[in-house]
Each structure stands twice: as C-alpha cells, then as structure tokens.
Ligand binder design. Structure first.
Ligand code: ADP
Ligand code: MG
Length: 257
C-alpha cells in the first residue's frame, strides 16, 4: 500500500495542498483528475518523495514512513514519470530508457529489458534515434519505457506514478498507455496517474480522486464519483454525464451553455 495522508503544503501563505489524501493498493489503477493548478503534480511529488520537506502529513509505503526509505530502496519500489522532462544531451532513445536500470545490471540483461519496454510503447524501431529528434508524444512514450524498465528490473511490481502520461499522445497510444497501466496492476503493481480526460480516467481507473484548490473533493469508483455535480464543482462547467453499462462518460456536446 502506498498512501499520502492529510498532506498540507504551503508556498508563502497559499495552500497548494490542503489536507489531501490519496492511496494506491497493489492491483489498482487510481486516477487523479482536476483543473490546472489544483495541486495534482505537487501531491504526486510528495508521494514520490521528491518533495521531502515543508509539508504536513505523512506518506507511507508498505507500512513504513517514506522518510525512512533510502533512495535506492525507493527506486526499486516506485518509478516516477514527471509531467515534463528536459534532456540536455543528445542521448539515444535506448539510453534514456537505460537510465531506469540499476547499475549492477549486465549489458545483455539490460538490453533485453530495454527492448521489451520500447516494444511495449511501440518504439522499438526508434531505439537508436536521438531522443530530441522524436515528437512530443514519442518522447513521452520513451519516458514511459524508462519507468517501466525501472520497475521490471526490480521484480516488475512496485508503483508507477505517472503525471499526465497521455497528454501528448494520439488516441491509440493513449489507450495503449492505459493498457500498460492495467497490465502493471494485474501483475501485482499499483498505478497512480494524473489524467485530464475524464472519459479515459473513468474507463481506465478503479478509483478516481478529484482535486481542486489543493483539496480532494471526491474519491471513489468512477461510477460513483463522475457526476454532473462533480464536473460543476471541479471545473465550473455544467455538463451532463451519461452512463453506459461499463461506466459514466461525458460528451462535449452535453455541456449546457
Ligand atoms: P496541477 O498539477 O494540479 O496543475 P501543481 O501541483 O503543479 O498543479 O501546482 C499547484 C499550484 O501550486 C499552482 O497554482 C502552481 O502555480 C503552484 N506552485 C507549484 N509550485 C510552485 C512554486 N515552486 N512556487 C510557486 N507556486 C507554485
Ligand atoms: Mg500538473
């Protein structure tokens, strides 16, 4: 279990997070949704251990406070896909993915995992390409391959923390990314993904955590959480949520002007 409890975080007098909680269990995909500036990325950074100080509340990973985890053990247990990644050198795609590998891995062993991950994100053919020459969506998929390799190299479970992993992707690759998330959960890992597309979140997640103004205003299964009231409360948009047997969905055409 990976849980952030009652996290509050201030910058100056502004509450970026206000007693926000989120938890991910093995086998589950959890989606965080909410408007720009809601505090989603900040909460993910606190959970990841990248924001180590300056917040109130606790983060527990497998029953131990995150403060007690050393960097190497933490890297074996959770992998983080940030919202944006700046790469300053002309690395090849496969070299970016290799950053996810532990140092003790042999070349051959590592090479196999890298190829498997690049194949999973549909980019094996670009393994020798200079990363900066890839499109935004292709770069995003290379980064996903990097975090997959990080967990696969350590037993294949652990937690994926993904900050808008589909933001630059075309529809088939959005679906493929969420399929990878589900496969990871089915293999015994846990996934926390920040998503902007309510429909994708409703389709792909076991649980949706809705954030606004640093607070979690709703959380639970999509069918319970995704309602007209939630869309209004989150975004100030009056829309009609419809349902299909598999869950709720929202069409732009149902926005009430
Ligand atoms: P989200 O990911 O939900 O869009 P973030 O967690 O990135 O939101 O940011 C939440 C709020 O905190 C935003 O209003 C952002 O401008 C602000 N913020 C984040 N980091 C800083 C910082 N270092 N200095 C000032 N404001 C910040
Ligand atoms: Mg963000």
């Amino acid at each position: 279990m990976y849980a952030a409890r009652d996290i509050s975080f201030f910058i100056g007098s502004k509450a970026i997070l206000d007693s926000a909680s989120v938890e991910v269990a093995p086998g589950k995909v959890v989606a965080i949704v909410g408007p720009n500036g809601a505090g989603k990325s900040t909460l993910l950074k606190v959970l990841a251990g990248e924001q180590r100080a300056g917040f109130a509340g606790s983060v527990m990973l497998d029953g131990t406070d995150l403060q007690s985890w050393d960097a190497v053990s933490l890297a074996r247990k959770r992998a983080v896909l940030p919202q944006s990644v700046v790469v300053a050198f002309p690395f090849l795609s496969r070299e970016i993915v290799a950053l996810g590998l532990p140092q003790y891995f042999s070349r051959a062993e590592g090479g196999k995992l890298i190829a498997r991950a690049l194949k999973a994100v549909d980019l094996l053919h670009f393994s020798e390409r200079v990363y900066e020459t890839l499109s935004g969506g292709e770069r995003q998929r290379v980064q996903l391959a990097r975090v997959l390799v990080q967990l696969w190299a350590n037993g294949g479970k652990g937690y994926l923390l993904l900050d808008e992993p589909t933001s630059a992707l075309d529809l088939p690759h959005q679906l493929a990314t969420l399929r990878i998330a589900r496969q990871h959960a089915d293999a015994g890992g846990g996934v926390l993904a920040i998503l902007h597309d309510i429909n994708l979140a409703a389709m792909a997640a076991d649980e949706i955590v809705a954030m606004r103004d640093g607070r979690v205003i709703a959380s639970g299964p999509p069918v319970e959480v995704v309602t007209d009231g939630l869309i209004q409360a989150l975004y100030g948009v009056a829309a009609r949520v419809r349902g299909v047997p598999d869950g709720p969905f929202l069409l732009p055409q149902t926005v009430i002007s």
